[in-house]
Design a protein around this ligand. Sequence first.
Ligand SMILES: *Cc1c(COP(=O)(O)O)cnc(C)c1O
Length: 500
Amino acid sequence: MNPLIRLDRQFVWHPFTQMRDWLKQKPILIVSGRGATVRDVTGRDYLDANASIWTNLHGHRHPKINAAIQRQLGKIAHSSALGFANEPASVLAGRLVAAANPASKKKPHRLGKVFYSDDGSTALEVALKLAYEFTRRTRGPKSRPQFLSLQGAYHGDTIGAVSLGHIDLFHRAYGGMLFPTSKAMAPYCYRCPFNRAKPERADARHYRKCQWECVGQVEKKFSAQKKRGNPYAAFVFEPLMQGAAGMIPQPAGWLRQVTDIARRHGALLIADEVMTGFGRTGVTGQDKDSAIPKTDPLPVTAPLFATGRAGVTPDFLCVAKGLTGGYLPMAATLTSQKVFDAFLGGYEEFKTFFHGHSFTGNQLGAAAALASLDLLQTKQSVLQRARLQKCLHQELQTLWPLPQVGDIRQVGLVAGIELVKDWRTRAPFELRERAGIRVCEAMARRGVLTRPIGNVIALMPPYCTTPDQLRRMVGALREAVTEALASSGTISGSTSRAKT
Ligand SMILES: *Cc1c(COP(=O)(O)O)cnc(C)c1O
């Protein structure tokens, strides 16, 4: 056995991994990467079809990002933001504010302040604590701020972020450590109890038959909480698509409607753009799902955030994963002057935001983020993303003939493919059947890497992915579904559901 693999097996505990299964297999050990590919210790190349767990934007070993990090390394790698300012973090804050606010000469930026941290979870913790304390300072110290988040929500693995989450499998065990939050119905057209449409071979958002009952449910939540005399302090959501919930997209118009309701009820808006940020939700259209970009004329600039695309300006914008192009762990929570001002006072008033991390405002991360933003904001990158978005849409259509493909959900440059036992019945695989895991294993054997979310296969190509590479990614998925699930009904010995 390779000595590196031996070390991994002896000493490393992997995240979100059943280690007993891990220890039974020979892991893929990555040693290098280039563009949309990564290479393992045996010299085999793989396509990075989930952008290294949703982080990578421009591909691996990008010369511009590498050079920016090396340049910064020639000056200093890290100095503390506790007590000192630094060059790249200051420049980056200005750039993030400019990117996060709709261009307007008259109005001051709504999101004008940047608080740095290290990863998506901490970006959410910061928003949560700021919203909590801001509410107590505006409603009074006796108030008990309550948070509303979405069904299926995942906002990270630290305790505050877990409290906002609603994925039972991850969160149940820690119930005793968490603070209570409320859960609002999230749109999930494919499995929505209010959707009266029979399954079709199309994205369920497009053939759904409903009366926006999901929006009504959110409204009800807000009204009920108001009646209790303690309106929600904040509404937390992933805009346009919920990632770890299973790549669940919101139908066009949903986000505007529910954020309008939240605002009417006086709630702060906390947008978790850890997954959706930095162009991931595409370059064309507004809140329309924009699976098919209008390519004539191609856009020259495009909002980098899903909230921007939907015309929603939140009070908190949380970013991480793609912030540094996926090169280094860094996160930011953007917020408003209004929130900032609530923490101003004489030292002895102790209104300070007592929160921070050792690596807050790290120079290497900020340098990488600046290089990534430079790339994102070139015309060439925008065109490349528009083409990739269109190409992804076309390739995904080749999956519809598979009876185990129930729903294909694309928002810009991210897609979720939901696997079912039979598309006509939407019958789900049981988690213990490991359908998603088996399909991803079969994809890996074909040289394509991604990770499932239960029965949903996520595809999130780096923006540099070529049409040929994209074809190979989707092709591997197509073959893998056939190989792993061909006689879907016979998995784990259950009887066949095939209707023929
Ligand atoms: C990944 C993710 C997080 C957590 O980010 P980490 O960097 O893993 O802590 C939070 N929210 C969303 C939407 C995510 O996708």
